[in-house]
Design a protein around this ligand. Structure first.
Ligand code: DHB
Ligand code: FE
Length: 287
């Protein structure tokens, strides 16, 4: 049976990708941001999962304002990096897992989450920056990746609660897959940031840290936050945080926090990062 072995959240700021790609991670501006991922890189290199279900949003790279799926699952064999205006990032092509993706599609749709299915998809910084932060600059990514794109760009995005419920459905879907696979779920995006309008540059560290705390210990209450509260407290693009609730829903009721990192600034945003393990997995290890 496939198992969910860990979950992770991270911001996915495009300038982080540019910093890595241009060898600038040790400059004074960037060094403290990247230092918070050192623990994660070691942990990730020691035991890469077979598959990562990577929750992210497309930033008008693969989708356009004429085509806005709320939840879209990457069911293809591979996903090349998108050209976001400066040429595609020099990162490996992402290898998918069409068999597990087909199973997820069937299980989730029969569980009444009506996903859009994507058989051809170019992936932007929302997906490739988290991979770079965790796995560095390898010749090939060490795991297969199933992209799960969420609309947080064009109103109306899904609620945090809907995302949390989708995470729980992903957990049921993975646990009903007969192959013996280790699967991680990553929720990317956030923390507080606003890229537009009079409040451009807005950051709210108090809200961000409370969000990370509640993601670990009180996700049921966190899932009740309405859209307007995200916009007010975390800025217009802070709505990306709902994607982290998909990760948390997939972990089951209780998690152990393994690592966290919070740093301001990273480009126009606060950087937040968390690694957790579901308690049932820890129980299996202990037994
Ligand atoms: C920026 C872009 C993002 O997509 C994001 O999630 C955070 C920051 C930026 O352009 O700074
Ligand atoms: Fe983003």
């Amino acid at each position: 049976m496939a198992r969910i072995t860990a979950g992770l959240t991270t911001s996915h700021v495009p300038a982080i990708g540019a910093s890595i790609d241009h060898g600038r991670t040790q400059e004074p501006y960037w060094q403290p941001l990247f230092a918070g991922y050192d623990w994660t890189k070691q942990w990730a290199a020691a035991d890469p999962p077979d598959v990562v279900i990577l929750v992210y949003n497309d930033h008008a790279s693969a989708f356009t304002p004429e085509f806005v799926p709320t939840f879209a699952l990457g069911c293809g064999d591979e996903f090349p990096p998108a050209d976001e205006g400066y040429g595609p990032r020099p990162v490996p092509v992402v290898q998918g897992d069409p068999d597990l993706a087909a199973h997820l599609a069937q299980s989730l749709i029969l569980d009444e989450f009506d996903l859009t299915l994507l058989y051809k998809l170019e992936v932007d910084h929302g997906l490739t920056v988290p991979l770079s932060l965790v796995y560095g600059q390898p010749e090939a990514w060490p795991t297969r990746v199933i992209p799960l794109a969420v609309n947080v760009v064009q109103y109306p995005p899904p609620t945090g609660h809907r995302c949390y419920m989708l995470g729980k459905a992903i957990r049921r879907a993975v646990h009903s897959y007969p192959e013996d696979l280790s699967v991680q779920v990553w929720g990317t995006g956030g923390m507080s940031h606003q890229l537009q309008g009079p409040r451009a540059g807005f950051i709210n560290s108090k809200f961000d840290i409370s969000f990370i705390d509640r993601l670990v210990t009180d996700p049921d209450a966190l899932a009740q936050i309405p859209h307007l509260e995200y916009v007010r407290e975390a800025g217009s693009e802070g709505i990306e945080l709902v994607m982290q609730l998909i990760m948390r829903g997939a972990m089951g009721p209780e998690v152990k926090e393994l690592h966290r990192h919070y740093h301001v600034p990273g480009s126009n945003t606060a950087i937040g990062h968390l690694v957790v393990q579901p308690l049932d997995i820890l129980g299996q290890e202990a037994g």
